[in-house]
Design a protein around this ligand. Structure first.
Ligand code: 6PG
Ligand code: NI
Length: 199
C-alpha cells in the first residue's frame, strides 16, 4: 500500500476570480507584522493606530517540507500604500539558498523585487499570464502597484527551501516601489545596508 501522501491529487485555481477551490492553510499578514519595513515610518505608525489592516494573504497546499516535494499555493497582496510605498509581502531568502521558485501571475499588477546576498538586484513586472522564474539565491518580495485590485500569484518552490525572514527584516530590500505623480517608480532604499557591510 502506498502512503496517502503519495497519491496524486488535483485542485482548482478558479478563473476568473483567482481563488483556490481547496487549501490546507491560510496565512493572514497585517500591518503590524511589517514593523521597520516601510520607509515612511511616520505614516506606518499613524496607519497602525487607526487599524491593523490586512496587507496580504497566502493560501497553502500542505506537503512534507522535504527535498523532492514541491510547495504550492496562492499569494494575494491587497491594494494600498503606506505613505507613497505600495503594499507588499515581507519578502525572504530561502533558508536553503540554492532553491528556486516559480510565480505565475493570475490577477492584478505589480512587481517582484529581488536581490542576492552578493548585492545583485532585479525588479520584474507581474501581470496576468506572466511567469516569473526566481533563480536560487534571490530574495523575493511581491509588491501590488494597483490602486484597486488584488495582486494574485500562484507559486511553486521546493519542499525543503524554508524561509529566512530575518536578513530582510534587518537590511531591507535594496529597491522600493513607490507611487510618484500617479505612476509606480522603483527607487533606491536609502536605508538599505548590505549584510556584508554590517559585519
Ligand atoms: C514562499 C513563497 C511565497 C511567499 C508569499 C508571501 O517561499 O513561501 O515565496 O509563498 O511566502 O508570497 O510572502 P512572504 O513569505 O515573504 O511573507
Ligand atoms: Ni519564497
Amino acid at each position: 500500500m502506498k502512503k496517502k501522501q503519495d497519491i496524486p491529487f488535483t485542485f482548482g485555481v478558479n478563473i476568473p476570480d483567482a481563488t483556490l477551490d481547496k487549501y490546507d492553510n491560510h496565512i493572514i499578514r497585517t500591518l503590524s507584522s511589517m514593523q521597520g519595513q516601510y520607509f515612511d515610518t511616520e505614516s506606518y505608525e499613524a496607519m497602525l493606530l487607526e487599524d491593523d489592516q490586512v496587507l496580504y494573504e497566502v493560501f497553502e497546499i500542505k506537503r512534507p517540507e522535504i527535498a523532492g516535494e514541491l510547495l504550492t499555493g496562492l499569494s494575494v497582496v491587497h491594494p494600498g500604500k503606506v505613505g507613497d510605498e505600495f503594499f507588499m509581502t515581507k519578502g525572504h531568502f530561502h533558508t536553503v539558498l540554492e532553491t528556486a521558485e516559480v510565480y505565475y501571475c493570475l490577477q492584478g499588477e505589480g512587481y517582484m523585487v529581488m536581490e542576492t546576498p552578493e548585492g545583485d538586484w532585479a525588479v520584474e513586472e507581474l501581470r496576468p499570464g506572466r511567469v516569473l522564474y526566481v533563480p536560487p539565491r534571490w530574495a523575493h518580495r511581491s509588491v501590488n502597484s494597483s490602486a484597486d485590485e488584488d495582486l494574485v500569484t500562484f507559486f511553486v518552490y521546493p519542499g525543503h527551501a524554508g524561509h529566512d525572514y530575518g536578513t530582510i527584516e534587518e537590511q531591507g530590500f535594496r529597491n522600493l516601489v513607490v507611487e510618484k505623480n500617479g505612476r509606480s517608480k522603483i527607487i533606491d532604499n536609502p536605508r538599505w545596508r548590505h549584510q556584508e557591510e554590517r559585519k
